[in-house]
Design a protein around this ligand. Structure first.
Ligand SMILES: [Ca+2]
Ligand SMILES: [Ca+2]
Length: 351
């Protein structure tokens, strides 16, 4: 099992600078609920799995660390690495959220066999100013972090788990009692609760479509879109080189209905099984609103023309226009597009 052990030993470890704070001796009581939710419950070999972590708590958390384990014979870290993303207050007050692939086994939950489980160690520290400290305190369960795993190409027909081990010694919690006092940090006597610990993954596959091994492309089975085409020259050949049918399924392809439509946003990969249409998956390139497969000033023109009249756009183009992936479309999305076109920043295609 040397190969799997190597894969398992890939940790997402974050080195944070706690030393800037004096940690008070006193502690306060609090509770935190961690919920692990994957973007589907059914995957095929080669699929990308987006793992979402939802948090709910009743204190001003300023620092968190928790391990997420996954079955090593079913999942692996994608070749592009674990892409750890923060949301909600954990994004707003993000001071430190970094990823590396340390093999430091001291960071491994000792209660678990490294030959059976891989570990992603998530760590977050809020930012501070001279008068205030960012913190996470949410009475509602909200999405705070996500990262990606890949179902191994050899995992067809198996089942795996993704979960937070409640008995791990790796949890770390830090908080403030007064958000205007950034210097008095206290420990939390935290009652940890875990929901959705065992996300069972049927890797047998019934979706009829998957990516080729090594492909950067992501199939979002919930939203029926195929994304992360950044850097690829879009064409029918590119699509065919990245996605493939599974089992007895077959694929056909249709050009985009966008104003410049070819094989860009809005193009369809149609999945057929036994002569019946199983699903349509849409090509999605954030920022490509005219459907030609690239992001140009033409997309800016279409955006300006349709921003106040989104009803005229098919849903997939509205999604492509939401370039900051906020869930709605407004003028800030055009700013993101403008910055992309001026090479100031790049539109993230992976979320
Ligand atoms: Ca375009
Ligand atoms: Ca938006």
């Amino acid at each position: 099992m040397k190969t799997s052990k190597r894969i398992l030993a890939v940790f997402l470890a974050v080195v944070l600078a706690f030393s800037v704070f004096a940690v008070s001796a006193f502690a306060v009581d609090g509770s935190m609920t961690y919920t692990v939710v994957a973007d589907s419950t059914n995957y095929a070999a080669g699929d990308t799995v987006t793992v979402n972590i939802y948090l709910k708590n009743d204190y001003n958390a300023t620092c968190l660390r928790f391990p997420v384990l996954y079955s090593a014979d079913v999942f692996e870290v994608p070749t592009t690495g674990v892409k750890l993303t923060a949301y909600d207050d954990c994004l707003t007050y993000k001071g430190s959220l970094e990823a590396n692939t340390s093999n430091d086994e001291s960071l491994y939950p000792v209660e678990y066999d490294p030959s059976a489980y891989g570990c992603v160690l998530v760590q977050w520290t809020a930012s501070v100013t001279s008068t205030n400290i960012g913190c996470f305190n949410s009475a509602e369960s909200v999405k705070c972090f996500s990262f990606q795993l890949k179902v191994k190409s050899t995992a067809g027909g198996t089942t795996g788990s993704i979960f937070i081990p409640s008995e791990s010694t790796l949890f770390y919690n830090q908080a403030v009692t007064d958000v205007t006092d950034a210097t008095t940090i206290c420990r939390i006597n935290t009652t940890l609760t875990f929901e959705g610990l065992d996300v069972e993954i049927d890797a047998g596959g019934s979706d009829g479509i998957t990516t080729y091994a090594g492909s950067q492309v992501i199939i979002d089975y919930n939203n029926k879109v195929i994304k992360n085409w950044a850097g690829l020259t879009m064409s029918l050949a590119t699509i065919k080189a990245n996605v493939q049918p599974l089992g007895d399924a077959t694929l056909t392809y249709a050009v985009s209905t966008g104003s410049a439509g070819t094989y860009g946003t809005g193009a369809k990969v149609r999945v057929w099984l036994d002569g019946a249409l199983l699903d349509d998956y849409y090509i999605l390139i954030y920022g490509d609103v005219d459907g030609d497969g690239s992001i140009t000033v033409s997309d800016l023109s279409v955006s300006a023309r349709t921003l106040g009249n989104l009803d005229t756009l098919e849903d997939i183009f509205v999604t492509a226009l939401d370039t900051n992936q906020s869930g709605d479309v407004d003028i800030s999305d055009m700013s993101v597009m403008t910055r992309h076109l001026s090479n100031t920043s790049v539109i993230d295609q992976t979320l």
